[in-house]
Structures are given as C-alpha cells and as structure tokens.
Design a binder for this molecule. Sequence first.
Ligand code: MAN
Length: 349
Amino acid sequence: MADLAKRFPENPLLRPAHVHPSAAGMQVICLLNPGVFRFEGKIWLIVRVAENTAAKEGMILIPVINEEGKTSIIEIPEKHPELINTDARVLRFQGLDYLTTLSHLRLLCSDDGIHFHEPEGYEPLFGKGMLEAFGIEDCRVAFLEGKYWLTYTAVSSNGVTVGLRTTTDWKTFESHGVIFPPHNKDCAIFEEKVNGMFYALHRPSSVDLGGNFIWIAESPDGIHWGNHQCIVKTRKDHWDDARVGAGAAPIKTDKGWLEIYHGANYKHQYCLGALLLDLNDPKKVIARSKDPLMVPTEDYETSGFFGNVVFTNGHIVDGDTITLYYGAADEFVCAAKFSIAEILKTLNV
Ligand code: MAN
C-alpha cells in the first residue's frame, strides 16, 4: 500500500509527559488529536489531553465533570459481573457507557512547528454543563469571517455531540452550545463560504439503517445547520469499511476541495485517505482515495494507548505542502508532510 506521508524525524513531537495534569490527583494518559491554526505569527495546537486518576486496588475510577463544574469520580468494581471492559477507550457498566479518560483541550504554540510549549495566559478549555460531563475532544479550528470557529466532540451520558465555541483572541470564548445532536462528531467547517453559505462536514452515526458516514450541511450563520446530505459511505472490504470521518477544514485547490479523512476497518485500524469535493457544490464528491495515503506503521503508531491509529483533525498549508498533525496510537502527537500535487495524482484528477 502506498504511504505518501513524510513523517517528521522528531516524532512523536509530544507525549503525555510534556504537559502537567490539570489538577492534583489527575494524571495525563494521552496527548492526541490536535486542531491546528496560525495566530500572531506562530503555529498553535489545541490538543486533547486525556486524563484519569491514580488507580485504587480492585476499582476502576472514572473521572467526570459534575453539575458544579468540578471533577468527581465514579468507582466501578473491577470484577463486577455487569462490567464490560474490552476497549481501552470506553466501558459499559450496568447498561451505561462511560469513557475511561476525561479529556480537555490545551493550547500550545511554536515558532518552528516542531517544538511546542504552553504559553502563559492561555487557559485550558474544559467541558461545561451536562452535555460535556465526560469531556471535550478532537477540536477542529476553522478561521473565517474574522474569527476562529472551534468544533469539538462533547461527550456525556446524553450522547456524543458536536459543540461550537468561537474566539478572536484565544482568551475569551463564546459558546454556541451543541450544533449537531447525538450521535455526531468529526465536524469540520469550511474556511470560506460557498455561494454565500457556510458549509460543514460532520459524522452522524446510525445503529440500524445507515452507518458511520460523512455528511455535509449548510448554514446561513455557522450556528444553525440544515440541508444535510450523506456524501461518503464506508466501503465493504476496504480499509475504510467500518467508519469514516472528516479531518480538518477542507483545503481549497484548483481541482476542488481536498479533504483528508480517516477510515477505520473492523479491526480498529485507522488510516487516512483523501476526498475531492466540487468547488462550487461541495456535496458532489469528485474523487476518493482507493488506497490509504497513510497507514499506521511506525512503532509510535502501532502501539500505545490504542494501537494502529493515525487520526488527524489539524494541519497547516504552505503552497503545495500540507503539514499534517496527527494523533498516533491515541497517545502521542506527531506530524508529517504531504504534497497536494502528489495526493491529487493518486485521485487521478
Ligand atoms: C470513541 C473514541 C474515543 C472517544 C469516544 C467518545 O470511543 O473516538 O477516543 O473518547 O469515542 O468520543
């Protein structure tokens, strides 16, 4: 299988030990899936920090955010007959689903795109309220209409939804609540209006009919979304046969909107591929990768908190070069370069 990614020799750029836990008693388990943007001449990551609490003999401890906005701990006996604990990311107890870690978002910046630090004065973003009680994750950043639009996964016992906050200075944020109700994630807003409308890719999931497919929606204001259409489905017996979801904001090229997306198979291997959408009518899919552009192959991609994963929701573009930041094995932040022309060649356009 072709792998077009030119991985940074410095990978992983960030590991859990690079940041401090958000509070005493918490420990950082994973640093992953950063949104990426330019601000004040620097490259910034808004990275997902997944934490849990120190172990307790015979118990699984699940941190959640309670109604007062504080972290509280749910204790589940490890040997309980009603516990299903086969996935490192989620567990089922007495018929209810929980996440094994609680995620928030942290801002890091860099001059060279390789070495990142946490600048002073930029506070972490935490889940707020009952729709974000199990945390906020995997933030995409789009810059348009003079502000940054943050779309992220908001998780709670009510389900997995897409939340939206906007900012101009990364110090004050306006919250617009949930823009796509459950089950939905992987929402990437286009960085330009098309025919006067905002566009976004998103990924509702349907348990019976349908599946984990990429949809597109339009909006007059970026907050109220309609005219939803399903544009990309999973493909039987392919690398993306179980789930597909958008990466970051589509990249405008003269051939169309280029979207790097993730696809997973039934063995939970997550690879990256490309879509090309019509410039004037982005619900039309012009081309799609037959083979993945990037496959988990390096040690830091094949083993970690959840191995065999390359997952992206952020990049920067310089001419023909995409610098793609990605989560590896759900534990590390890595980067790789791609050539837009090379990707387009694989799409035969
Ligand atoms: C899946 C994975 C996890 C994530 C949950 C909730 O299980 O993507 O990383 O925490 O969904 O979004």
